[in-house]
Design a protein around this ligand. Sequence first.
Ligand code: TXA
Ligand code: MG
Length: 317
Amino acid sequence: MAEIDTSLLQPDRPGLARAAALLSAGGLVGFATETVYGLGADATDDRAVARVFAAKGRPSFNPLIVHVPDLTAAARIAVIDGAALMLAQAFWPGPLTLVLPLRPDSGVSQLVTAGLDTVAVRVPASALARELLMLAGVPVAAPSANPSGRVSPTTAAHVMDGLSGRIDAVLDGGACGVGVESTIVGFDPVPTLLRPGGLPAETIVACLGAPLALPAQNGAITAPGQLTSHYAPRGTVRLNADRAEPGETLLGFGSVTAPLNLSPGGDLTEAAANLFAHLRALDAMGATRIAVSPIPQTGLGLAINDRLTRAAAPRRG
Ligand code: TXA
Ligand code: MG
């Protein structure tokens, strides 16, 4: 692939206009959401979507999330009723992705859905992202803006690090507030937690007034991470470590002494926001063996432990 001169766009009128124009013209634009940076492309443009997979080096059987500015736009591409409508009304805009029946006339490229008859849809909370989606006027397919298998980006500099030369632009929206990817819920037929993420599962359960099912482990790819070694830093990762062994670098949580701590005060929201930047910082420090303090399995802890477990999984090589 020929190198592209990737421009860093400012979050102002001209920057937004340029980013939207690039998207409408089939370009690839990294943009901030409240969770992580997405690598956006016009979801109705096969060539643009194919370029996303090429830029990320992503296996094409892994489908993408479509980003829209509001519920009305979501209803143009997917069928939203019942429990799905209740969750959309309660939590959009926000860090929640719903896997919904695809409308036959949606115009969404089959590369986005990997040929499934469902589509993953999300309305991001970030004001900048929603302005961009409104200006672009097309549904925007956007995986996290990192090379496949690597840690998701939470700043524009992270996106540049991984994808500079392979994408058209990055719209700089500063650091992402949530820091882990959206929670993914499917309905087949009951509400099912396909990926823990930025919206705590407990919050969704409280809204539904019913438990969330967990996906059947039947080998089908329904959510990320069935691919081993997703979200990986370069160093190896050992979880639930009370201390670092010789040769290990401790990634702390709570009141432990560590070169890097996700949240010294033990706050899971702060820990989620720091997670990916700290994993990158450990790479930059040259940490080859990373030990991680125990993280409580509640609230955003589910998403943090999910990403760390994948980081600790055997590597694909
Ligand atoms: O917070 C986020 O969700 C970020 C930002 C950019 O919005 N995006 C993100 O996208 O994390 P990505 O591609 O890294 O993860 C999306 C996952 C896919 O790996 C896929 O497994 C799942 O969503 N997915 C997409 N379409 C699906 C479908 N039709 N059925 C089941 N799972 C689907
Ligand atoms: Mg990703």
